[in-house]
Design a protein around this ligand. Structure first.
Ligand code: KG4
Ligand code: ZN
Length: 334
């Protein structure tokens, strides 16, 4: 079969990213321009600034990607773009750009769900085996999904309140760490110990998660200690929080491993870059004789290569989008 090159675009949050991916697995070129430093000044992503920066930079990101690949848009077989979920203005910049390329170069347009993109990051330079359990852990989502084949999803559970990444970011903020909080909590926790007794979410034997109670208890603890004039050991508190947050994932994944007897696990989304989490989940999967697929660090957080990987099965099925494609800010995979 002829090789398939997909030009893919991701602008759902604060990364402007374009990639060229061959046959859904091989990254020919990837450019990720992050706006992180700009948003860090405000303690989180400012949607209006994010969409303006995407609009300013997207042409340059395309040029850089084509130069790295030594290819032109004409050499590609399709244009893929993230259409959901994400920030409305940010998604629209990517979608309009993709539509123009699709129209001008007469290439089919493929719409990709961002969460499915995170799942398919596991296919880049790697293999995904079915059936598998997929744990999606990002800034906006925490979901446990069963996959029996490409694009065959069955939701087992999701967060009832905050997403795990969101709780890392909010705890980081109360500890005075910069946005995005996850990597900074991880760094601080390396010098700390699990000494603060934080409440664990209730064990309800469902596959649903909860992070709001844990987040609030850290915030309340910090405020109470400040009011009493006590010093907080930030490294110990970061370590204690990270331990309980990861324990919650382990508990639910273990339940699914026991109940389904599935032997393949994949982790997806920005929080999967956390090294402590990666080790803990590796140990858990080993106990159940299950294969754990972890995306490479560079494909854990938002990037367009994962969108190219997720677009490939849709290209093979001929599932193309029309030029009236619109953004869906709150859509899930289902
Ligand atoms: O997948 P992602 O890049 O964007 C969304 O789709 O949300 O995930 C971003 C989230 C942020 O909440 C960030 O703090 C978290 O992933 N994150 C981490 C780490 N790296 C990124 N959380 C914990 N440890 C990390 N090393
Ligand atoms: Zn993401």
């Amino acid at each position: 079969m002829k090789d398939v090159y997909i030009l893919s675009i991701e602008t759902s949050c604060d990364e402007t990213s374009i990639a060229i991916v061959k046959n859904g697995t091989q990254v020919i070129a990837l450019t990720v321009l992050t706006q992180m430093d700009t948003h860090a000044n405000f303690g989180g992503v400012v949607p209006e600034i994010a969409s303006r920066m995407h609009a300013e930079n997207i042409t340059m990101v395309l040029e850089e990607t084509l130069n790295k690949a030594k290819m032109s848009v004409n050499d590609c077989d399709a244009i893929a773009v993230t259409y959901a979920p994400g920030l409305l203005g940010s998604l629209l910049v990517g979608i309009e750009f993709a539509k123009v390329l699709s129209y001008v170069y007469n290439k089919p347009l493929i719409k990709v769900n961002h969460l499915i993109g995170h799942i398919y990051a596991n296919k880049l330079d790697n293999q995904m085996q079915f059936p598998c359990l997929a744990l999606i852990i990002s800034g906006g989502h925490t979901e446990l999904v069963k996959m029996v084949d490409d694009y065959q999803f069955e939701k087992l559970g999701e967060t009832e309140d905050d997403a795990i990444g969101e709780s890392f970011d909010k705890v980081a903020r109360v500890l005075g760490l910069k946005y995005p909080g996850g990597p900074n909590i991880e760094k601080l926790a390396q010098n700390g110990e699990n000494t603060y007794p934080l409440p664990k979410p209730v064990n309800d034997n469902t596959y649903n998660f909860s992070y709001s109670g844990l987040k609030s208890s850290v915030i309340n603890l910090v405020h109470n200690e400040i009011q009493r004039g006590n010093k907080i050991n930030k490294a110990d508190l970061a370590c204690s929080f990270q331990t309980v947050a990861v324990d919650e994932l382990k508990r639910k994944l273990e339940l699914a491993l026991k109940n389904t007897n599935i032997k393949n696990v994949i982790i997806a989304g920005g929080v999967s870059a956390n090294k402590y989490l990666r080790q803990e989940l590796k140990d858990l999967c080993k106990k159940y004789n299950a294969n754990l697929n972890l995306p490479e660090f560079k494909y854990c957080t938002d990037n367009a290569a994962m969108i190219g990987a997720a677009a490939y099965p849709l290209f093979l099925k001929g599932e193309f989008a029309d030029l009236d494609l619109n953004a869906k800010p709150t859509s899930s995979i289902f």
